[in-house]
Write a protein that binds this ligand. Structure first.
Ligand code: HEC
Ligand code: HEC
Ligand code: HEC
Length: 121
């Protein structure tokens, strides 16, 4: 009886180990947070649906050629002077949304208050 239980336990552990090796063997891309709140200066923060954009645009480089895949990097690079203030906003966010709109495709917001939200106190 106890031997049978032991054998079952060992078998279960082997299955678990095999499964974890199979899982860790596959390269898993870090897609980052699904939702990111970007600092928007005096205008207020900008909620950014990150995964929705990944699904829509597929190519990470569309955005991450300008800044690496790291939390808070836009603010960091702006503070360092590597990125200009509003550079991401104007050259990525707004520019793409306007372009898509012009082409009659699904697009994101193009007006200040649709992107920048007022923080609730
Ligand atoms: C439409 C633009 C855009 C696209 C496309 C995009 N990202 Fe991002 N990503 C961002 C922004 C903006 C941030 C936040 C940077 C910051 O916090 O300053 C970010 C941050 C990240 C981070 C760090 C934040 C975290 O939660 O860990 C990772 C990792 C990341 N992206 C991975 C990816 C991958 C992988 C892809 C492609 C499958 C991708 N991104 C596509 C805009 C984009
Ligand atoms: C599509 C979304 C979007 C729209 C539309 C938008 N913004 Fe932004 N804004 C951002 C993002 C993202 C940032 C942070 C990244 C950057 O500075 O490029 C930002 C940053 C800012 C900053 C802070 C810059 C700094 O670092 O001091 C100000 C001020 C600002 N926006 C004003 C405006 C005004 C005014 C409008 C309307 C004319 C506007 N934004 C429209 C997304 C948007
Ligand atoms: C290369 C094109 C592209 C770039 C760059 C881009 N977007 Fe978008 N965005 C889109 C498209 C396309 C949609 C519409 C997605 C949909 O309706 O499924 C969208 C939708 C959105 C929405 C609305 C989401 C909703 O569910 O209503 C927000 C908010 C948004 N974008 C913010 C941003 C911000 C902030 C940035 C810059 C950090 C940015 N986008 C950069 C293409 C882009």
């Amino acid at each position: 009886m106890t031997i049978r239980v032991c054998l079952l336990l060992v078998a279960a552990m082997l299955v678990f180990a095999a499964a974890s090796i199979a899982l860790s063997g596959a390269p898993v891309e870090n897609k980052g947070a699904a939702e990111i709140k970007l600092p928007g200066g005096t205008r207020g923060p900008v909620p950014f649906p990150h995964h929705q954009h990944q699904n829509q645009l597929v190519d990470c480089k569309i955005c991450h050629s300008l800044y690496p895949q790291k939390p808070g990097i836009i603010a960091e690079l702006k503070a360092a002077g590597t990125l200009k203030k509003k550079q991401v906003m104007n050259k990525q966010c707004t520019q793409c949304h306007k372009q898509k709109k012009k082409e009659g495709l699904k697009a994101g917001p193009t007006t200040c208050a649709k992107c920048h939200i007022k923080e609730k106190k």
